[in-house]
Write a protein that binds this ligand. Structure first.
Ligand code: GDD
Ligand code: MN
Length: 367
């Protein structure tokens, strides 16, 4: 009896908290108007930083994509920072730049690879834009994305803006899409409540003055984008993801599992660090709640599920409890439902990620 109650309580919490959080955010914030003053004509000077490591296949497409942005060329500077790619990425950038003289493009080549955040900080030293944007190579922006992202900075309370992601180009896209649907709602609703602690390096915009105040991007953890946005929110600025700012991201066909596990790993590092850091700040009440729940969802919650499963297994194997067997069979049968499958997969990624974190932080990850 006691085992069954324990297993059910753990499972109930595991599924209950994220569902409650989702419906709470959705009903309370998702359709609320933004309490931010946007100005469509606000056109600050912007530095787009493109970090590259072994991107020969996609880099020219990405430069073309940036070139097509509907934003005044004289207000836009591009810095490509390459960390010793051996596949000709830097040469392709040079070639492209020589054919597009109208673009203000600078290429910096690092001899040694120390990771994306180091590279961003290196590039930051040369940035002159009032706002700085990171642009991963493996994502494509709609032509108005930059203008749409920058209009929010007309409001001085906005410190950082990022995007929603639409997965493209892979057989596994369906799984990724389902996962994104849930998370995109959280991102927007959290932003309307105050700020979202999860950003996307595929298009992440920061006020340069704030980046400088923070001493650049963190190099001791993987989620440079999310952690920087969160630190900006802890300083009292809004860090938001608007509902209409989308980018397309290529999902890898091979190594999808490791890709997801590594990202989960970076998010765990980020939330563990954030919980400690938040204590030092006087934080907006809404944001404190958001950080607490997201910490729980990424760091604690997957283990409740695992513990519940282990208790059920012991109940069945050692004590032959019928009810436990019934719950277990129900849990397995539900795997036929897509949303449930997607959820369980994410828990698996988070558990693998936590274990991998014990071994390596994956600051410079394989491509
Ligand atoms: N210069 C440089 N040096 N660039 C790098 C390095 C490096 O050591 N490592 C990766 N990059 C570049 C890639 O070429 C790409 O343009 C961008 O950084 C993101 O790398 P991906 O390999 O595409 O990473 P991801 O999509 O899995 O990572 C996502 O999560 C990360 C945090 O977990 C993205 O959102 C990243 O922006 C984010 O940092
Ligand atoms: Mn990527």
């Amino acid at each position: 009896m006691i085992l069954e109650v324990a297993a059910l309580t753990l499972a109930g919490t595991h599924f209950g908290v994220p569902l409650l959080y989702y419906y709470y955010l959705k009903s309370r914030y998702l359709n609320k108007p933004w309490s931010i003053k946007v100005d469509e004509n606000y056109k600050p000077k912007v530095t787009v930083i493109v970090p590259t490591y072994m991107e020969a296949e996609l880099i020219q497409g990405k430069l073309r994509n940036l070139y097509a942005q509907e934003y005044p060329k004289d207000l836009m500077e591009i810095i490509v920072i390459d960390s010793g790619s051996t596949d000709g990425t830097a040469e392709l950038v040079e070639g492209w730049a020589s054919k597009h003289k109208g673009v203000n493009l600078k290429l910096i080549r690092e001899a040694e690879r120390r990771g994306k955040a180091y590279a961003l900080n290196h590039a930051l030293k040369y940035a002159i834009g009032e706002v700085v944007v990171t642009a991963d190579v493996d994502a494509l922006w709609p032509n108005r994305a930059l203008a749409e992202a920058l209009k929010w900075f007309a409001d001085p309370t906005v410190g950082a803006v990022s995007c929603l992601k639409k997965p493209i180009g892979s057989k596994i896209r369906g799984v990724e899409e389902d996962y994104r649907r849930y998370y995109n709602v959280l991102r927007v609703a959290e932003s309307k409540a105050y700020a979202t602690p999860i950003f996307h390096g595929e298009l992440a915009v920061f006020r340069r003055s704030l980046l400088e105040l923070l001493g650049g991007f963190p190099t001791d953890i993987g989620a440079d984008d999310s952690h920087t946005a969160t630190r900006i929110a802890l300083l009292g600025y809004r860090a938001i993801v608007p509902e209409d700012l989308w980018v397309e991201e290529f999902v890898p066909n091979e190594g999808y599992f490791l890709w997801r596990a590594r990202r989960a790993q970076h998010l765990i590092q980020h939330f563990v660090k954030t919980i400690k850091e938040a204590r030092k700040h006087k934080v907006a009440k809404e944001f404190r709640k958001i950080i607490a729940v997201e910490f729980f969802l990424h760091v604690v919650n997957p283990w409740l599920l695992l513990t519940s499963i282990l208790i059920l297994v012991v109940s069945i194997v050692v004590f032959s409890l019928l009810f436990a067997a019934f719950v277990m069979i129900l849990g397995l049968a539900l795997l036929n439902l897509k949303h449930y499958r997607t959820w369980i997969a994410q828990q698996l990624f988070l558990i693998v990620a936590a274990l991998r974190n014990l071994k390596s932080k994956e600051i410079a990850w394989s491509k």
